[in-house]
Design a protein around this ligand. Sequence first.
Ligand code: SAM
Ligand code: SF4
Length: 335
Amino acid sequence: MTTNNNILTDSFGRTHSYLRISLTEKCNLRCTYCMPENGVPLSPKSELMTTDEIFEIASIFVKHGVTKIRLTGGEPLVRKDFSSILKQLSTLNTTLSITTNAVLVDRFINDFKTYGLNDINVSLDSLNADKFTYITRRNQFKKAYNNIIRLLEEGFRVKLNVVLLKDFNDDEIIDFINFTKHLNISVRFIEFMPFDGNNWNKDKLVTQAEILQKVETYFGYQNTIPLKNEKNFTARNYQIQGFKGNFGIISSVSNPFCDSCNRIRLTANGNIKNCLFSNTETALLQPYRAGKNIEPLIGNLIKKKHAVRAGMKDFETLNKPEFHTNNRSMITIGG
Ligand code: SAM
Ligand code: SF4
């Protein structure tokens, strides 16, 4: 263990320079693994961070060393003041990025360009319109797909997030990789993670080993080239020989990447979470509104961060329902 006075350095010496801000708990889709059909109980509007509060709280993190901010949700683009939020955050000295389902992206292309948001992760779990409608419970495939192509044409750096579910879309792994043949896009296969109410079951998981086996059988072992891991990586990346884009596997369940974790999450109602798998949160918004110094609160939660997955070191622990059913769903945490 190391000791460090920086409030964003934990007791294992990991510095947290990457802030993920959930802008809203609402969404225009209803992905089955993320959100119940009728939505989730929403925080009253008065308990959500306002445009200015998002900026002010983010500024405190930036003052202590955050260099990258990702906007997420819920669906961040459903927030009516999205452009104002982006404009304010663009005055901070950080890179800006977003995770979106792309349905509303065409309305914001100019804002992205004006305020320097170039790094866009889009969730798309199927290249088949019917399957997309089934998994999202909304008929928006065309809009999402066309917007992804538009982002690529406009020169944005696009990553495609695909949550793999056994016997639902694992038969599309090769199709998704073929999508990277002529397009400069990174496809990232994400293991299905357990959250409150999402009926997680280890049998629905498609593991890193299974994905790689499929890929190497189809494209050939020699043609499946491992790429150098990015700093603070969450995906192990590969490229098929001769393809323009690449693909990666985010294996937070079967093979977590906690050693290099630099993430801290701020929820739409102003709580921080030190790990996606953790079921404890620290409220910042009420003390901030009461004029209190929130820096010690941030420091305390960071210091309490576990070495691995909120203390669920192995798969057996994670598999126990009592450990994951009281972690609120991704939609309210901000994925
Ligand atoms: N609405 C935006 C979107 O879908 O990209 C941003 C929020 S969403 C919660 C962020 C990411 O979390 C998405 O890529 C989504 O696929 C992923 N996600 C949600 N629930 C998940 C789960 N149970 N397991 C793995 N990934 C999940
Ligand atoms: Fe909405 Fe994103 Fe969750 Fe799907 S994954 S329901 S698009 S927040």
